[in-house]
Design a protein around this ligand. Sequence first.
Ligand code: TPP
Ligand code: MG
Length: 321
Amino acid sequence: MEKSIWLDAYRTMRLIRLIEQRINDEYKFDEIKTPIHLSIGQEAVSVGVCMHLGKDDYVFGTHRSHAMYIAKGGDIKKMIAELYLRKTGCARGRGGSMHLVDTEVGIPGSSAIVGGNIPLGTGTALASKILNNGRVTAIFFGDGAADEGTFHESLNFASVKKLPVVYVCENNFYAINSHQSVRQAGDNIYKWAQGYGMLGFRIDGNDVLEVSRHAKKAIDRCRNGEGPTLIECLTYRWKGHIGTVDDVGEGFRPKEEHDHWVSQCPIKRFSEFLKGEGVLTDELMKSIDQEIFDLIEDAFQFAQNSPKPEPDELLDYVYAD
Ligand SMILES: Cc1ncc(C[n+]2csc(CCOP(=O)(O)OP(=O)(O)O)c2C)c(N)n1
Ligand SMILES: [Mg+2]
């Protein structure tokens, strides 16, 4: 990988982290009315995958999609405006944080229905195959979505049809407050791929280089007509499931587990690697952060100064009588 690509990946991970920290800080003012699900701690997965996708390739996300949207190049002004439910939002203020869309850069939408995005993305992959347009689809979903029938049906279908799709499971071990071990009989999400005649990997999702290597392999396979791949990325969310709460020490998650994963911060690990390679310095890190703070400030200003939808516009974009 070239050094400029590494730096871009670092910058994007940092943008995701800092924008989510700002969302976290602004949330207490109660102007952001939409429910939010933060990905702080999970940034390497989206970035490692999306860095190998072009503008025309598709991504599908979940209720926790800020990272994916930013990594795929979604417009951050429109994303923040969507959180404030403004007319200028990426879903025109109708969707909120869980329904991010930017069709200019291959984001047809994210879905709050757990497992709902998996057949949708399998559908764009089927369309790409029929149209022979070379577009790859990457679908991001959690370990909780792997409990759903849609996951299994989609994997089987994609494998039979050799569709150009990468299934990216962000296994953060929890669906709300239920640990994987009380929901799944085995500790084996990636092994399900084998049952469907598909290639499957389990990797360290906090190592952006490892994510990138496996994503590239999977995306190349799609482009060569070799069919789908499942990548299970082990990672961890630092915040509670929803909003800005911390759920550590309340009997939901062991503090030692949380602290271990915080010590495995994907951004810290990557910046240490880049410093060792001579690509990053403390000075450069500071100037990258300053550049990002300015972008974030612009996005929040844009959102807060944007108009709200009017009551008489309520039925706009509703297509059924
Ligand atoms: C079909 C469906 N069932 C239940 C819910 C409620 N729900 C929202 S998020 C969530 C947990 C999802 O966990 P996971 O897929 O692991 O994603 P994570 O939140 O960990 O990123 C649940 C059960 C839902 N939105 N949709
Ligand atoms: Mg989860």
